[in-house]
Design a protein around this ligand. Structure first.
Ligand code: SF4
Length: 236
């Protein structure tokens, strides 16, 4: 499979935020979100076998087996790009990592079918909102593939995006289907410098007020790696 990078950092934007995690970033994406912070993963990378990827993950963070899964010490996130574009290779990779005792997260847009993702993998599905530039790309058939441990994320730039996300959550009773609904303000592309929320395209305070006013079962989520390191830093 084609890999852009494998690195260790803190998980930044889910209910696993703040835990050590090894990231496996696959190359290539079929979407072009306006606020994408991973355009460097669209092309290039290196070809690796499943065994080579697992060996590199293990060098960065040996599996602790099932003993310490609760602490997240064996967390691996498969991300991109869009990992499911390489389904033929990435499914065996997920199975291998699970067999080694890792807790595996998959970050995906949900545009590709998710039905073949192993049930033990925790899917973090990034449903695209209108101002992402890629609206209506989430395949509703994937709702059937969601499991109670999965998470749904909506990256928001303004009120239009918020209302879209709110309505999708309510129409499909998403809070009853997954572990968490994440509402995350989009970060300005190529932001650098101050490590604070001034780079957010939607003020988190405003978003918080909307969530509270609507009594929505959504969790406000900030990309904490962009508040810890310079938001322009790669590989963190
Ligand atoms: S799906 Fe992800 S990687 Fe692809 S363009 Fe959108 S944000 Fe970037």
């Amino acid at each position: 499979m084609q890999i852009t990078e494998i690195y260790k950092s803190l998980q930044g934007e889910s209910t696993f935020a703040g835990l050590p995690c090894v990231f496996v970033r696959l190359t290539g994406c079929n979407l072009r979100c306006t606020w994408c912070d991973s355009e460097f993963s669209f092309y290039g990378g290196r070809k690796m076998t499943v065994e080579e990827v697992v060996a590199e993950v293990s060098n960065l963070q040996p599996s602790t087996g099932t003993r310490q899964l609760a602490t997240g010490n064996s967390l691996v996130e498969i991300t991109g790009g869009e990992p499911m574009l390489q389904e033929r290779e990435v499914i065996p990779l997920m199975n291998c990592l699970l067999d080694e005792g890792y807790k595996v997260l998959l970050e995906t847009s949900g545009e590709r079918p998710l039905v073949k993702v192993p049930p033990a993998v925790i899917k973090i599905v990034d449903v695209k909102c209108p101002h992402s530039g890629e609206p209506d790309t989430f395949d509703l058939k994937n709702l059937a593939a969601l499991q109670p441990h999965d998470e749904l994320k909506f990256v928001l730039t303004d009120r239009t995006d918020y209302e879209f996300a709110r309505d999708v959550v309510n129409q499909h009773d998403l809070a009853g289907r997954v572990n968490a609904i994440l509402f995350s303000p989009a970060f300005r592309k190529e932001a650098t410098g101050s490590r604070d929320t001034s780079h957010c395209l939607l003020d988190p305070k405003q978003l918080a007020e909307w969530i509270v006013a609507d009594d929505l079962p959504a969790r406000l989520s900030l990309q904490i790696h962009k508040l810890i390191w310079d938001p322009g830093t790669k590989g963190v």
